[in-house]
Design a protein. Sequence first.
Length: 122
Amino acid sequence: MTNTISFLYTIEQERAQKAYDLVQGINDEKIKEYKSAADKFPAMIVNCGLLQALSFYKSKKQLKPAFNDLKTWFCKYYNWDANTDFLGKIMKLGVFEYREKTQEALAFLTWLKRFADINMKK
């Protein structure tokens, strides 16, 4: 049991570190827009589904940075090529893999939201 808790904590630390690094790269003029996108992303995933939310975020200029950051995390975490067809890869997943990727997206976006909020209050 201790190993499982330690393993999960390590994943949380990785998510937090990557989200922190990505949000730190956002300039002050764009942080408000980014925070708004990051705040709404998880709700859209829950309400519409992962693929639908990703497609929407990719299509909108002001939302695309949040999409790109989630893609960056997925490529790192799942060891996918950075040039991969992200939406195509998600589209081809089976039901169980799709649910797992949805949960991972929600977990990572929690950290993006937190750090975007902190950066905006600086």
